[in-house]
Design a protein around this ligand. Structure first.
Ligand code: GCU
Length: 403
């Protein structure tokens, strides 16, 4: 046991010292001193050069500009229309989790131009409550066992019992049910069935356009469920799911809060830092996530008219929380923190209090009492009970301010 511990400690300290790596024919930088000098694109200046000094100019001019830049160059356009949708309760148990929760399993079906796609959602609502419950919705990008409705399998990735005990409802859908997470088959879901024209366009959405689209359909369902407080639904995602949660929150302002865990490149991390996973590497390895246009920036990141702090800015004034882990330098923790910090000027326009420090917070010292929250957890690339516990604290803090 002691030997094992020593090995783990040794390997993590050796790991922390590695300054470069090689992957897919590229050098991966893990050295802060060789991060290139960069200038972030302006958050609060319109394309015509007008300074954004108030919420009205932000909401009428700059916000729509930034949103369409992200659609055009990275995530793709998300179709806003479809013919119809339907919710069917496939299973219900009023005394799930030994009586403390009400389980609802819902099948969402969406039709467009004669075709349809269905996907399941699992939802537990606390029974101990006096009003509709606020909810967390997880985009599950891991195995379905993690969000098991029977609770035979329990997982720290989605600690449903703990969340119910804290008074929140907890829901999940599986990303691959709407767009498989493989470059060969990602089309075999909503893209081929409902929105085939997206596959023809260079700015058409791919997998990380499709998954938030599904999150919005779950939001459509929440609006019909009187047990849920649809004004208090937080979207949560880890890693590729974290990138998805940020884009979902940016697009769909019905999500009251956004939680992204270790979202890294093209999530919370600034692209221009070229630390850990770069735009070039993510396009090479996961070309099926982002639109075709994004590939043009693989070796030309500085010409992108946006960077990821602007994605967080799109979520303002709603609270957003980002996490990183010490062993996950691939996701560029410092670059993710800087992105959060650089989104602050938009929150300032709304007079929202952001209490992030000027420099990287210490390990395991979460910034909770703030509209933009952040923590740098000890350990591996993961979403775990420590993270969820801080999500609950952050949600409690921010909802109490908005009573
Ligand atoms: C890969 C990928 C990351 C992604 C991660 C995940 O490591 O390079 O961008 O965040 O997978 O989704 O787990």
């Amino acid at each position: 046991m002691g030997f094992l511990l020593a090995c783990i400690l040794l390997s993590s300290s050796v790991y922390a010292q590695i300054k470069t790596d090689k992957f897919m024919g590229e050098i991966v930088n893990y050295d802060e001193t060789t991060v290139p000098k960069y200038t972030l694109p302006p958050l609060l200046k319109t394309e015509k050069g007008e300074k954004v000094k108030n919420v009205a100019t932000w909401e009428r001019k700059r916000r729509p500009e930034i949103l369409s830049l992200f659609e055009e160059h990275i995530y793709g356009q998300m179709p806003s229309k479809f013919d119809s949708l339907n919710f069917k309760m496939t299973n219900e148990k009023a005394d799930a989790m030994d009586g403390k929760a009400h389980l609802k399993e819902i099948q969402i079906t969406v039709w467009n131009k004669g075709n349809s796609v269905s996907f399941p959602v699992v939802l537990f609502i606390p029974n101990k409550r006096s009003k509709p419950a606020p909810a967390f919705l997880l985009i599950n990008n891991r195995g379905k066992r993690n969000t098991d409705a029977t609770r035979v399998n329990k997982s720290t990735f989605w600690p449903a019992e703990m969340i119910i005990d804290s008074g929140y409802a907890i829901a999940a859908f599986h990303n691959a049910d709407v767009a498989p997470d493989r470059k060969e088959t990602y089309q075999n879901g909503i893209l081929k069935q409902l929105f085939p024209e997206e596959l023809e366009k260079n700015n058409g959405m791919k997998a990380i356009g499709s998954w938030p689209w599904a999150a919005s359909r779950v939001m459509d369902y929440f609006l019909t469920d009187k047990d849920i407080d649809a004004k208090r639904v937080a979207i949560v995602g880890h890693s590729r799911g974290g990138k998805t949660a940020l884009w979902a929150g940016a697009q769909d302002q019905r999500f009251a809060m956004v939680f992204n865990s270790c979202s890294g490149s093209t999530g919370a991390a600034l692209a221009r830092r070229k630390y850990g996973e770069t735009v070039s590497l993510i396009n090479k390895q996961f070309g099926h996530w982002f639109n075709n246009n994004y590939k043009k920036f693989s070796n030309n990141v500085d010409s992108l008219p946006i960077d990821q702090h602007m994605l967080i800015g799109l979520i303002a004034p709603r609270p957003v929380y980002t996490t990183n882990a010490t062993q996950d330098r691939w996701a560029d923790p410092y670059g993710s923190f800087l992105s959060s910090l650089n989104a602050k000027p938009v929150y300032d326009l709304y007079h929202q209090e952001v209490t992030l420090p000027k420099d990287m917070p210490q390990i395991n010292k979460p910034i909770i009492n703030s509209t933009i929250g952040y923590h740098f957890r000890e350990g591996a690339h993961d979403l775990n009970v420590y993270d969820w516990n801080n999500f609950i604290r952050f949600a409690n803090f921010n909802y109490s301010l908005r009573n």
